[in-house]
Design a protein around this ligand. Structure first.
Ligand SMILES: Cc1cc2nc3c(=O)[nH]c(=O)nc-3n(C[C@H](O)[C@H](O)[C@H](O)COP(=O)(O)O)c2cc1C
Length: 152
């Protein structure tokens, strides 16, 4: 099973969870690869999102998509990326977002919903989704929960 961890991270939080997940999956004997979506400009107010590094998903059997929450929504970069990819061919997908505001309803839940809709539209099977609140005292515990449960 080849697992692709496809993520956008502007300030490194989502990336750090993605890296931990890659290590954990590898420690379980899975063939996990992390690929970052790279854009010309990270400015969230940029009129057009121009993706310069667009991970190819055809090589993977299972996928993880991860993104920060921006302005109570899924980041525009992840929205754009998921709009541009080909069909996910019924592959199992795990989703997670990281956010900063204290409650998940302040963007986290909405962003996960938006990511789920886009993945389903591309014929991905969303098996699990997680919301990591970066400012929570339970952050490490929530990350542990994600790492322990991923693809079980
Ligand atoms: C432009 C911008 C908008 C943001 N908007 C929100 C928001 O609406 N709700 C929230 O909880 N966090 C918000 N955040 C915080 C990020 O979601 C949070 O710090 C996240 O973990 C960053 O992930 P990254 O380091 O992978 O980019 C925002 C951050 C930025 C830079």
């Amino acid at each position: 099973m080849r697992v692709g961890i496809i993520l956008y991270s502007m300030t490194g939080n989502t990336l750090s969870v993605g890296e931990q997940l890659m290590e954990r999956l590898r420690s379980r004997g899975m063939d996990a690869t992390l690929m970052e979506i790279k854009v010309l400009s990270d400015d969230p107010d940029e009129a057009i999102v121009e993706i310069i590094d667009k991970p190819d998903l055809s090589q993977f059997d299972q996928l993880v998509f991860a993104s920060p929450v921006h302005a109570f929504n899924l980041s525009r970069v992840m929205k754009t990326y998921l709009g541009e990819i080909d069909s996910l061919d019924g592959k199992d997908c795990l989703l997670f977002v990281t956010h900063h505001f204290p409650k998940a309803w302040m963007g986290g839940n909405q962003a996960l919903r938006q990511m789920r809709q886009r993945v389903v539209k591309k014929n991905g099977l969303v098996k699990q989704s997680f919301c990591i609140n970066w400012s929570s005292k339970n952050r490490d515990q929530d990350i542990r929960h994600l790492l322990d449960d991923a693809f079980h």
